[in-house]
Write a protein that binds this ligand. Structure first.
Ligand code: IMP
Length: 423
């Protein structure tokens, strides 16, 4: 069987967790392919709200197997807390949660390095979640990293010590004020590693290969968003992994010709946490209203998210880079009550009108050109069918579909699993 992908098309926080949860019953396996505990995938059902960090969003479905792929970076301390948070649901995660031996491990010193690196950047800081993501991927590509499979070796702690010592020297080099007690952090880390070792470690590429041969259905779950991709995002204000479709191939060992549907998720408006350019950002009452109604606060850091109108130039770029075959529009309900809606359809780039995302989208280079549309007043959150949609919402959706040339198959009208309308 082929593998379907599910990806965020903006700067993250599009609502991937909810959609994976909605789609899970169609799949035998849910596999995370990149990122780590910088992600916060929120799921809501039966009055329960739960945020997942590293664990795939299929965990609440008894029948599905959840795979953490080689492209993911795992912090044992955060991971074990995540498991403890799941204890109350009586899930059998020993059976339905498996981890690639090739996934890299976030060490306590990676987190410290993240903090030191950000502090040294001053105003130019990335706005990292400070979970150690960047330094861990740096050690991966620098060929110094420690992987899950290493935990099965007798001498892995020697390797750990050598790397942690090197990190301490690097932290000194940054010469910034980062306070820490490594002995405390290590005690917590080593205890968490022992718990982690009770889970199942596998050669996940082989597992997924066999699963495909045996007709199992697989959904690859992305984290962050396409505009945070290390290659195609708004560099350097990006995360350190490939969040786009190609990342699913390298992060799981799935061949490109085995990819079938690419589900692209976007919000009906745009948000961003952390630093970096955001052409359609609103600094006025309208932006504040979106943030308030949309409850736009980071699931991991609690930071307020920056809000703005939908940017179709950026969205088209993400659709192209990922080869999106079906779109899913989230948080349409948040736009109820805005008299007029704006959609950015082109940029004024250094005095010239362009329709593609250029190399440099800082405010001094790019001014958005908007198309204005009618808003709708109706509350969408109780709606269950497309036939109930107000005319203006249908016009908004039709306009986006025409511009993006991809069908919008799902419209989400609230955080709960049930508030999902299929078109
Ligand atoms: P890092 O991945 O923690 O290093 O953060 C790099 C940038 O990506 C920062 O701007 C973060 O706010 C952003 N970021 C990382 N993970 C997420 C996410 O899951 N949702 C939204 N933004 C994220």
């Amino acid at each position: 069987m082929a593998v379907d992908l599910l990806l965020g098309l903006q700067w993250g926080d599009e609502g991937k967790g909810k959609i994976v949860d909605v789609l899970t019953s169609n799949y035998n396996i849910i596999a995370r392919f990149q990122g780590g505990p910088n992600a916060g995938h929120t799921l809501e059902f039966d009055g329960i709200k739960h945020v997942l960090r590293t664990i795939p969003s299929g965990i609440f479905h008894e029948e599905s197997i959840n795979v953490i792929g080689n492209g993911v970076v795992i912090d044992p301390v955060v991971f074990v807390k995540e498991l403890e948070g799941l204890d109350k649901y009586n899930l059998d995660y020993k059976k339905n949660l498996i981890i690639s031996r090739k996934a890299h491990i976030i060490l306590p010193t990676h987190r410290l390095l993240d903090a030191a690196s950000e502090a040294s950047k001053g105003k130019a800081k990335i706005g990292s979640t400070l979970k150690g993501i960047g330094p861990t991927y740096m050690d991966k590509t620098g060929r110094n990293g420690i992987r899950i499979g290493d935990l099965e070796l007798e001498n892995w702690q020697d390797k750990y010590r050598a790397l942690a010592n090197k990190h301490e020297a690097m932290i000194d080099f940054y010469n910034v004020d980062v306070q820490y007690d490594l002995a405390d952090l290590e005690a917590e880390f080593f205890a968490a590693v022992e718990t982690l070792k009770r889970l199942t470690f596998i050669d996940s590429e082989e597992y997924l290969h066999q699963a495909q041969k045996n007709g199992k259905t697989i959904l690859a779950e992305g984290a962050q968003g396409s505009l945070l991709d290390i290659d195609f995002g708004t560099y350097p204000f990006v995360t350190s992994s490939n969040t786009t479709a190609a990342g699913a191939c390298t992060g799981l060992g799935v061949a490109p010709n085995k990819v079938n549907e690419v589900f692209g998720i976007f919000k009906a408006y745009t948000t961003r946490v952390g630093s970096g350019p955001f052409p359609t950002e609103l600094f006025d009452e309208t932006g504040l209203k979106m943030a308030k109604i949309g409850n736009e606060f980071g699931a991991v850091t609690g930071r307020p998210r920056r809000c703005g109108w939908l940017d179709l130039v950026a969205l088209k770029y993400a659709v192209q880079v990922n080869g999106v075959t079906q779109l899913m529009m989230m948080k349409g309900d948040v736009l109820s009550g805005f008299p007029k809606l704006k959609v950015c359809t082109a940029y004024n780039y250094k005095g010239e009108q362009i329709n593609h995302l250029p190399y440099n989208i800082e405010a001094e280079n790019v001014t958005p050109i908007y198309t204005e549309m009618e808003g709708w007043k109706e509350d969408l959150t109780e709606m269950t069918e497309v036939s109930q949609f107000p005319k203006a919402l249908n016009a908004y959706i039709d306009f986006l579909e025409k511009e993006l040339e991809v069908p919008i198959k799902i419209v989400s009208v609230g955080p709960d699993r049930k508030q999902t309308i299929h078109r």
